[in-house]
Ligand binder design. Structure first.
Ligand code: GLP
Length: 641
């Protein structure tokens, strides 16, 4: 990149924004700043006041602070903390309360004085809420105001629980949660109907009073709202945009969360760019979509008028560029995701040989496989490849209690009919545990085991529809998942050992995987890290040298067209199979009344929408028109290392 300073690329940005290599690097930076301030204040005998956030985003920051406390003797004795928010109606010891979260993730592991930690009280009586919020504000003032405020961001653009509609003057108060926020929290609460409707949150104004603000965001799901906050106008429909008013606010992002910023998405619009093949592809596809023309109809004027004149000069003419891009895109399309035997493969995404291939599909949770690549699975199986689908985790946390009860009753009835006291005893035991835990309690090991078995059953019948037999399925039940809960998972060597064993045993020719660019504490991202580390630990044998890794985007998302290296079209029939396959995962049907009413947000609709959209874009670019397309991006392990 030449002749352009960083300010050229960031000219569209209204908040100081840094893109870090990953969440760990960003957290190390913020933890260092916090550590320096605490040490400075400790030396001067003064307190440090921190504003803290919950959610999966700051978990790594807290881990780093704990490490600094243990290894670098950073003392929190003089630190006072104020948390942003708390669900209204939850006691502090509820597993999903933010008080409990903070105790588990930070407070219990450092030398903070309990009386110096403040989290809004979720149980204060309605008539006392106002006074209690005033008192919270007063306590912050008395402590001298917040020195450093840590923020995450919700997909509605909320900070704390300041949902759309919250303006810059708002203070600590009781708020109603947005339906998207409640849906995002549904997994934690095992169903949207269990998510509290209200919360107490510091206001946007309270946050703006902090002397320094760091907003952290990881993963592509946050990318749209980050772009709107950083580059959009200040508006109460994106409360985080009010941070533009703050004189010392920094957004700390990973590449995925920054991916919608102009400098990442359309860099040619804000400065000169190095026209790498990827950049050419990205920009030309963007241009075609923008001017709504197929690739082969783009003109010199289209390029020149849209900041791409230098590319035109480099390539000679629109004609050359158009043909180049058309061919590249066309060559991504294949009905043979395992390679077409005995065919010329010089312009196909996957090699013809060896045939059949050992294809390993890694599914972070059951259903991700059929949801994201059901059509491809069906083709691989039909075309005679040796397919293994490995489910990294059991997915038991996502099974609602009523489904577990139904299974218990079934086991009990069969046990009674056959006078099998063991079965009856087991069913009774699990039933008692289920009664004891109540609506919000944590599942016991037995309950989780049973729920895992329920998902295995659904998975088998779904796979059968794709032409995959039970003997081809592996349930890895990775320990990080079995021993953890959402937003708090921690992978260990034990997870990697399981994956290495599988890889060494199967020696696959191709692996289909997902999780790159996801929120680092999400199940797909952790599974991807486990795969990445396992591949690095495998003996660098022939199989690994020849193994191709195909990344699918999902769940719930699809690659941008320019990122797709292999596009597998689905016929209407195959598409029907896929949808039926998704339907087999009955425990994963939408549970919430709002989504039941609007079947548009039902998961099978989402899958069909994504695959259809990709097909529509290919069509609009002037390529063949298909019913649906599943897209994959090749990932090079060697480059990664
Ligand atoms: C909740 C919290 C926010 C947090 C947001 C994002 O709504 N009240 O403070 O920023 O979730 O959560 P996560 O970090 O898990 O994506």
């Amino acid at each position: 990149m030449s002749h352009a300073s960083i300010s050229d690329y960031t000219q569209a940005e209204r908040i100081s924004t840094t893109i870090y290599a990953d969440a760990d690097e960003a957290c190390a930076h913020v933890a260092k700043a916090i550590g320096c301030l605490i040490r400075e204040r400790n030396a001067a005998g003064k307190p440090t006041v921190l504003g803290l956030a919950t959610g999966s985003t700051p978990v790594r920051l807290y881990r780093e602070l704990i490490r600094m406390h243990r290894e670098d003797r950073l003392s929190f004795l003089n630190v006072i903390t104020f948390n942003l928010d708390e669900y209204y109606g939850l006691p502090g010891d509820h597993p999903e309360s933010y008080r409990r979260f903070m105790q588990d993730q930070l407070f219990d592991h450092v030398d903070l004085k309990p009386e110096n930690t403040h989290v809004p009280d979720g149980l204060v009586a309605r008539e006392e809420v106002y006074a209690s919020c005033q008192a919270y504000e007063e306590a912050i003032r008395e402590a001298g105001g917040i020195d450093i405020q840590i923020l995450g961001i919700g997909r509605t653009g909320h900070i704390g629980f300041n949902e759309p509609g919250s303006d810059a003057t708002t203070r600590t108060r009781l708020v109603t949660l947005d339906s998207l926020t409640r849906r995002d929290a549904a997994r934690d609460f095992l169903g949207e109907e269990n998510v509290p409707r209200h919360a107490i949150t510091m206001g946007v104004g309270t946050i703006l009073d902090a002397r320094k603000v760091y907003l952290l965001a990881w993963g592509e799901a946050k990318a749209p709202v980050i772009m709107q906050s950083v580059e959009g106008v200040q508006t109460d429909s994106i409360p985080a945009s009010f941070l533009q008013q703050h004189s010392d606010c920094e957004f700390c992002l990973d590449a995925a969360a920054a991916s919608h910023l102009t400098r990442a998405r359309y860099p040619w619009l804000v400065g000169p760019v190095e026209w790498s093949p990827e950049m050419v592809r990205k920009s030309v596809v963007w241009l075609a979509r923008k001017v709504e023309k197929p690739l082969l109809k783009l003109t010199d004027e289209d390029y020149a008028e849209n900041g791409m004149a230098d590319l035109l000069t480099e390539k000679g003419s629109a004609y050359n560029l158009n043909i180049e891009l058309f061919n590249i895109t066309q060559h991504t399309i294949t009905g043979w995701p395992g390679g077409k035997p005995h065919a010329d493969d010089s312009s196909r995404p996957e090699r013809a040989n060896p045939f059949p291939k050992r294809s390993l599909v890694l599914s972070p949770e059951p259903m991700d496989d059929v949801f994201c690549l059901g059509g491809t699975l069906h083709r691989l199986a039909n075309q005679g490849h040796e397919v293994t689908v490995a489910y990294a985790t059991s997915g038991n946390l996502a099974v609602p209690d009523p489904d577990a009860r139904r299974a218990i009753e079934l086991i009990m009835e069969i046990g009674q009919e056959r006078s099998n006291q063991d079965d009856v005893g087991f069913a009774r035991e699990v039933e008692t545990q289920l009664d004891a835990k109540g609506q919000f309690g944590e599942d016991t090991k037995d309950i989780r085991h049973l729920k895992g078995l329920i998902r295995r059953g659904e998975t088998r019948s779904s796979a059968r529809l794709m032409g995959i037999e039970s003997s081809q399925l592996r349930f890895l039940d990775l320990p990080f998942y079995e021993e953890g809960r959402y937003r708090r998972f921690k992978r260990t060597e034990a997870d990697i050992a399981v994956m290495v064993k599988l890889l060494e045993e199967l020696k696959p020719h191709q692996i289909f995987a997902t999780g790159l660019g996801h929120d680092p504490l999400s199940v797909p991202a952790i599974c991807f890290e486990v795969l990445r580390e396992s591949l690095q630990q495998c003996v660098w044998g022939d199989w690994l040298k020849q193994c191709r890794i195909w990344l699918y985007r999902g769940p719930g998302a699809e690659w941008d067209t320019h990122e797709i290296d292999m596009a597998v079209p689905l016929s209407p029939d195959e598409f029907d199979y896929k949808i039926r396959g998704i339907y087999q995962h009955q425990t994963q049907r939408s549970q919430s009344p709002s989504t039941l009413r609007k079947s548009a947000s039902d998961s099978w609709n989402l899958a069909s929408q994504l695959n259809r959209t990709t097909a529509e874009i290919y069509d609009a670019l002037g390529l063949p028109e298909y019913e649906a397309i599943e897209g994959f991006k090749q990932w090079n392990l060697k480059e990664d290392a």
